[in-house]
Design a protein around this ligand. Structure first.
Ligand code: SF4
Length: 264
């Protein structure tokens, strides 16, 4: 399950309407887990620029109308408040068996994840966010229409952060195509495993301003966390998800896939 307009596992839902306007500024920090030093890359200056027509389509506003002008004015203001951020760490897999993957001594329970990371030795745990600046700015809005536009915009900004993350991993580590999974996207990888993922990610609050609540929800809500992995064939949770009429569906449900690929 994902929020409409936010990422599903594997790639972007729909089109990304904000594009990178330059290479994100990068920082690095290290942390020790399980007696090893983990290096974290932090993307803290991801620029965004607006594709007007795509944004209007996403907000379901007809171009050329007075309301379209209002929506684009609003988007300009929102862009000033937008500071998306992302972080990730390259980590070698310790161990994987049928239903588990062990990364830096932390055990994740998911058969789908275990099978998906079979082709590589290294994975990239990550978190990305639309940023507290935009989230706080949007909380001040009282107009319901502006509030709706802000939520749409935050989803798009998050997509920009994940695009930057993906590009950085692919370029820096020459991984080829990568896919991603996030806890809670499938029954096979429950949301409770966010806790383990955040142990792996370390101080996300200090690094990119993302906190995990006791109910495993991230703040800002328009954030995404998970594990990226090299994958010649794109993986989408939607292939394994039977939910009907989902506005965020990226790929057709394949009822035979789980049995055929994941051996259950
Ligand atoms: S179809 Fe399922 S996995 Fe895909 S976006 Fe919708 S809820 Fe998420």
């Amino acid at each position: 399950m994902i929020l409409p307009g936010v990422y599903s596992t594997g790639s972007i839902i729909g089109t990304s309407y904000l594009t990178l306007a330059g290479i994100p500024s990068k920082a690095e920090t290290c942390m020790s887990i399980d007696d090893r030093t983990i290096k974290y890359h932090i993307l803290n200056d991801i620029e965004v620029e607006i594709d007007d027509s795509a944004l209007l389509k996403r907000a379901m506003v007809k171009p050329g109308t007075p309301i379209a002008g209002m929506a684009l004015e609003f988007a300009k203001k929102a862009t000033h408040a937008a500071h998306p951020k992302a972080m990730y760490a390259p980590i070698y897999i310790d161990e994987r068996n049928g239903d588990e993957v062990v990364i830096a001594g932390i055990r994740f329970n998911s058969r789908v994840l275990s099978v998906n990371v079979r082709g590589g030795e290294r994975v990239f745990p990550f978190a990305a966010t639309c940023g507290n600046e935009l989230d706080n700015w949007s909380r001040e809005l009282s107009d319901p229409l502006e509030h709706y536009w802000a939520e749409t915009f935050k989803g798009v900004v998050l997509e920009t952060a994940v695009d930057a993350l993906r590009a950085d991993v692919e370029e820096r580590y020459k991984t080829g195509k990568i896919s991603l999974m996030n806890p809670g996207s499938l029954e096979n990888w429950p949301i409770e495993q966010q806790k383990k993922l955040f142990e792996l990610l370390g101080d996300t609050g200090a690094r990119i301003g993302v906190e995990l609540t006791e109910s495993y929800v991230m703040v800002p809500v328009m954030s995404l966390s998970g594990i990226m992995f090299p994958s010649e064939q794109s993986f989408f949770s939607c292939h394994l998800c039977p939910r009907e009429d989902c506005p965020g569906r990226r790929a057709k449900y394949d009822p035979a896939l789980y049995k055929n690929k994941y051996g259950a």
